[in-house]
Design a protein around this ligand. Structure first.
Ligand code: SF4
Ligand code: SF4
Length: 196
């Protein structure tokens, strides 16, 4: 099993932060009577880059707990994902390929999925340090629900992002890890192994 940079204390704080993200998400979803049930789409084929050693390490805490055959199947799908993504990008297209962790429509590492996997769907927003506000209207199904609605509820990601950034800062300080900023797909995180 790969050694993991996350300390038990940082892990507990990240788990707590993820739990609060889910509460914030569920509150908005509940107000909108929104759920993914019966959706013809599956957002796990959306192309996202992830930016923290913290989430990469936590993903690997989950991956390390899977059996070796299961990990090997996931690695094969990650390789296929990267090959497909490279082909799409060479054609100037945004890749739309199922995440290598998705198995028959479900996340094989649901409890270890990354922040964006927990936020995607409902309307949300965050305020950048310079005061600018970025808004996300939610997925196409959610936008159908909110069309024409006044005072649409939304998840405010600002404090959640700030806490994630603080945990990342602490992890980098504790581990002494240096290097370029993380900018990776989940497939790349899988194939690179746990961060060292
Ligand atoms: S987030 Fe929206 S588009 Fe994605 S699976 Fe759920 S309902 Fe469908
Ligand atoms: S980590 Fe899980 S929830 Fe996130 S995109 Fe992959 S399969 Fe979907």
């Amino acid at each position: 099993m790969s050694k993991n940079l996350l300390t038990p204390e940082l892990t507990a704080r990240l788990v707590d932060l993820y739990a609060r993200m889910e509460v914030a998400y569920d509150r908005v979803a509940g107000e909108l009577a929104f759920s993914c049930a019966g959706c013809p789409d599956n957002c796990c084929d959306s192309f996202f880059l992830h930016h923290t050693v913290l989430e990469w390490s936590y993903l690997w805490l989950g991956l390390s707990g899977l059996g070796s055959d299961h990990q090997a199947r996931i690695r094969r799908r990650a390789e296929q994902y990267l090959a497909g993504a490279a082909t799409a990008m060479a054609r100037q297209q945004r890749p739309q390929i199922m995440c290598p962790l998705n198995e028959e429509g479900l996340c094989a590492l649901y409890s270890h999925r990354l922040m964006i996997c927990r936020m995607h769907g409902v309307p949300s927003a965050f305020t950048l340090p310079d005061g600018r506000r970025q808004e996300f209207p939610g997925c196409f199904r959610c936008q159908e629900l909110t069309a024409g609605r006044e005072n649409t509820p939304e998840v405010d990601r600002t404090e959640l992002y700030r806490e994630l950034a603080e945990l990342e800062r602490e992890l980098l300080t504790i581990s002494g890890r240096r290097g370029p900023r993380v900018k990776m797909t989940i497939a790349e995180m899988i194939l690179a192994g746990a961060p060292k």
